[in-house]
Design a protein around this ligand. Structure first.
Ligand code: PLP
Length: 458
């Protein structure tokens, strides 16, 4: 296919455009901006219509080929998609024209599997003709670490180091990371998530570690966003009259806003999104910003039951501001306002309290026998609020995203609806496996020494 390679620019615009390989391996741009695709090779309505009967891996190949042209061989990409997405992606009809898209059937039962698995495979390809080794450092409060550790497990020339706060992750989350072994090193830190994050940040900036090639796998990496456009295209192709460009409403429960950026990218590629509902928990700095035009971080972030969304300053907001013609620097200051009127036409942002989240879990079960966990319930509540306020007229096609498996929150769900969610195969069988992890205080030097002793080449 003789088509052009997509390049990636930095939202700070002080470095040259990068190839996908450069953008992925660097993570953050050297000017501390975030990489974004410069162009979005269009998908024609007829082409989207033709995807209706295709498998998820085939749709992933169709979408991602647009961004990997010139960087990854097309046949190779097809294999990677087959290999990464060997699990179900159910779309559940709920009521009227509303649906729930379940992204919880991957190996760690969170939607983060979708992006982490593809990004790990891309990095593996990029490292093949490289003589050095890449060390992915990541701090986690639970879901990211296990998704990343699983995704990179066994990828050659890539090592993964995961830091987690010993008392803040559940036993099941811990075991998902510490039983892998191989190229995955786990470190339990006697501290909080913020301490882990601070240790990782310091390592990135440490000249004593310059002999080690460090990279990150968090959602500042564009490799974590592109694969998240795929499931929006998939849901649209499955449900909509694509040839007629039927509009769709998506609702996305959001914390760092990486998932939402996947929907924005899908829209750019040609999915006619009538409105993108972005629903947060009480960390509602973005809904407030959309409403008032004033952006204020929430420090420290508020503790809510949808704990993977407890983010007081989302790292992907700079990307959204950029898409709407504004400029936010790496500290979170808005130096140029985005086009708020256009943003409000496209995006309906809403904050959902824990009380409303719990009520939504109860009500969805009572009315529709729809089983939601706290994150998906925030999305469903946001969709409900949008549809109710939309006024008369035919109901639009809509899809709310469920980002985790209900079995990850058994106590909450048991208390609310008296049901014990069935544990999926991916979460079973961890009990007997041996765990291996190092233990550390929040002191930086021992961490640095461990990295140096383990990974630096002499
Ligand atoms: C990470 C996560 C989210 C938030 O996704 P963002 O891309 O950070 O907005 C929502 N739900 C679950 C279960 C998650 O793990």
């Amino acid at each position: 296919m003789p088509s052009e390679t997509v390049r990636y620019y930095s939202t700070n615009r002080r470095v040259p455009r990068a190839t996908l390989r450069e953008a992925l391996l660097q993570g953050q741009a050297a000017d501390r901006g975030l990489f974004m695709p410069e162009t979005y090779p269009e998908m024609l309505p007829k082409q989207i219509e033709a995807l209706a009967e295709r498998s998820y891996p085939e749709i992933a190949h169709f979408v991602l080929e647009r961004f990997t042209r010139g960087s990854i061989d097309e046949g190779r990409l097809r294999e990677l998609c087959e290999d990464a997405y060997g699990f179900e992606v159910p779309i559940e009809p709920v009521a009227g024209r509303a649906h729930v898209l379940r992204l919880d059937r991957g190996p760690t039962a969170s939607f983060k599997d979708f992006a982490a698995r593809m990004m790990a495979r891309w990095m593996g390809v990029f490292m093949e003709d490289d003589s050095s080794e890449l060390v992915i450092l990541t701090a986690t409060s639970g879901d990211t670490g296990s998704a990343v550790a699983h995704a990179y497990h066994g990828v050659e020339r890539v090592r993964v180091v995961v830091l987690f706060p010993i008392d803040e992750v559940s036993a099941r989350q811990r075991k998902q990371m510490t039983t892998l072994g191989g190229n995955v090193t786990t470190i339990a830190v006697d501290g909080k998530f913020d301490d882990c994050q601070a240790m990782v940040k310091r390592a990135f900036a440490d000249p004593d570690l310059s002999a080690i090639r460090l990279s990150s796998a968090n959602s500042i990496n564009i490799g974590r966003l592109l694969p998240q456009a795929v499931y929006y295209v998939y849901a649209y192709a499955r449900l909509a009259k694509a040839a007629e460009m039927e509009p769709i409403v998506f609702s996305v429960p959001s914390g760092n806003f990486g998932d939402m950026m996947g929907a924005v990218i899908a829209g750019r590629l040609g999915v006619p999104i009538e409105r993108l509902v972005v629903a947060t928990n009480s960390n509602d700095e973005v809904p407030r910003f959309v409403e008032t035009g004033v952006y204020e971080k929430i420090v420290p972030s508020r503790v809510c039951i949808s704990n993977a969304m407890n983010v007081g300053h989302p790292s992907n907001l700079a990307r959204l501001v950029d898409v709407y013609g504004g400029f936010m620097d790496e500290t979170g200051r808005i130096l140029e306002m985005p086009d708020l009127a256009r943003l409000r036409r496209d995006i309906f942002a809403v904050g959902v309290t824990d009380e409303e989240t719990r009520e939504t879990i109860r009500e969805a079960w009572r009315l529709h026998r729809l089983l939601l966990e706290p994150h998906g319930a925030v999305g469903w509540a946001g969709l409900r609020r949008f549809l109710e306020g939309r006024g008369p007229g035919p109901e639009p096609l809509s899809v709310s995203v469920e980002t985790a498996h209900p079995a990850k929150f058994p106590e909450e769900i048991q208390a609310l609806i008296g049901l014990d969610p069935e544990v999926p195969p991916s979460l079973r069988g961890l009990e007997g496996k041996p765990e291996r992890f190092a233990r550390m205080t929040t002191e930086y030097e021992p961490f640095r020494d461990l990295l140096r002793d383990t990974f630096a080449r002499s």
